[in-house]
Design a protein around this ligand. Structure first.
Ligand SMILES: Cc1ncc(COP(=O)(O)O)c(C=O)c1O
Length: 414
């Protein structure tokens, strides 16, 4: 085919104009203004170290190391072979999944999810928490979040163009927020209170007395209480964390998040759910119908199996963490750290030695020993004096990590 010379010249000219045009498209301010996600920075540290040949023992991120229990995997394989599961899922989650959730909440928490309650299945609690912030926050609204915090508890508000009031979690207060310290005008203006117990990263647990005070505070100030129960099953020594709905009055002002990530070693499957008063759940549902199609039916089938299989499968997972906790608590004590034998979560929250920031301490420790911890600043400004140890490696790896710390003389010193 022959093109007239004139059209070739015009095309070339247009092409040059196109490439010469300066493109300057910026993300929204709310994205530009977000501080760098420290876990992304930690990833860069690890990549750099591995590129130099370091053999890392990663006790940084809270990623469960064990496999998903076999019955769950089997259920997913069955589902993946069923063409009926290959289309879009149903927005709220299959009826069978909703029924399994109701049964589970009754079995584990003795709460009956009656018709006043709604259930929304999620592609993980993190997604749900971010969408909840988006569903309820108007630009300029204030949400209250304790500091330290699991990042999305604050970041969800920031990406919703809201402001966060951080209430510090202090060791002398057992890492529970002092509600009386929240200024009255903040309490009056606040729209939501995001809170998580058993707590990541401090591993603190909430007493029923505190939870009652929290429910009363939110009721008095017309605040939606967002209770994140991600570690509801990771508990030891006979301790059982309560559902917020076991607290009088919570049904009217609270919603509660659950995840399969830790309980069933299913972090990669991306599945969770939120329960609470129907009108609150409907708002989250409305948000999600505009942003996704719900959790894959295959994953839902796996999750149904998780909730229905014998509870011993969960106990096996928890026992592993318990052994690791017992070992690490005594090993870190021998290295000079003051450590509480936490009754829940897969974390230890320890003070960094005097005279060094948490980031500097974790970087130096990684460079000297290959053992990776998360610096407290990853969880907020009030936490620079701490670092987090995740119990997500086998006992033999933990023993190796401690040997390395001993050898490099990494210990707590005032
Ligand atoms: C407190 C807390 N909430 C929520 C999540 C997120 O859970 P998911 O994996 O279901 O998104 C985590 C994960 O580490 C967490 O620690």
């Amino acid at each position: 085919m022959v093109f007239p010379l004139k059209s070739v010249i015009i095309l070339l000219h247009w092409g040059r104009m196109k490439t010469n045009k300066k493109i300057n498209i910026k993300p929204a301010d709310k994205i530009l203004n977000l501080e760098k996600y420290i876990f992304a920075e930690l990833d860069e540290w690890k990549q750099e170290a591995r590129a130099k040949g370091a053999d890392l023992i990663d006790l940084g991120i809270g990623n469960p190391d064990g496999p998903t229990p076999k019955p769950i995997v089997k259920a997913a394989i069955k589902s993946i072979k069923n063409p009926a599961c290959h289309g879009y899922p149903c927005f709220r989650g299959k009826q069978e999944f909703q029924n399994a959730i109701k049964e589970w909440i009754k079995f584990r928490y003795a709460i009956k999810l009656d018709s006043d309650f709604g259930i929304q299945t999620l592609s993980g609690a993190k997604e749900g928490l971010a969408h909840t912030a988006l569903a309820f926050t108007n630009p300029g609204d204030i949400n209250i979040v304790p500091d330290p915090y699991y990042p999305v508890l604050s970041r969800g508000t920031w990406i919703s163009s809201g402001d966060v009031y951080h209430v510090p979690l202090k060791a002398e207060n057992n890492f529970l927020p002092d509600l009386d310290s929240i200024p009255k005008d903040i309490a009056k203006r606040a729209k939501m209170f995001f809170i998580n117990y058993p707590n990541n990263p401090t591993s603190a647990v909430a007493t029923k007395e505190f939870l009652k005070k929290l429910v009363d505070f939110c009721t008095k100030n017309n605040i939606l209480l967002v209770y994140d129960l991600a570690y509801g099953e990771i508990c030891y020594d006979g301790y059982r964390p309560p559902s917020i709905f076991s607290i009088e009055g919570a049904k009217d002002i609270a919603i509660e998040f659950h995840t399969f990530s830790k309980t069933f070693n299913m972090a990669g499957w991306r599945v969770g759910f939120v329960i609470g008063k129907k009108e609150f759940i409907d708002a989250i549902h409305a948000m999600k119908t505009n942003t996704d199609y719900g959790t894959s039916t295959i994953v839902q089938d796996a999750a149904i199996e998780a909730l229905k299989m014998p509870y011993e499968n969960v106990e096996k997972i928890v026992k592993k963490y318990q052994k690791r906790r017992d070992f690490m608590v005594s090993a870190m004590k021998k290295l000079g750290w003051e450590v509480n034998k936490t009754p829940a979560t897969m974390y230890l929250w320890l003070k960094v030695p005097k005279g060094i920031g948490s980031k500097e301490f974790c970087r130096k420790t990684m460079d000297k020993t290959g053992v990776v911890f998360t610096p407290g600043v990853a969880f907020g400004k009030h936490s620079n004096g701490f670092f987090r140890v995740s119990l997500v490696q086998s006992l033999s790896k933990l023993k190796e990590a401690v040997k390395r710390l001993e050898k490099a003389n990494v210990r707590y010193e005032e």
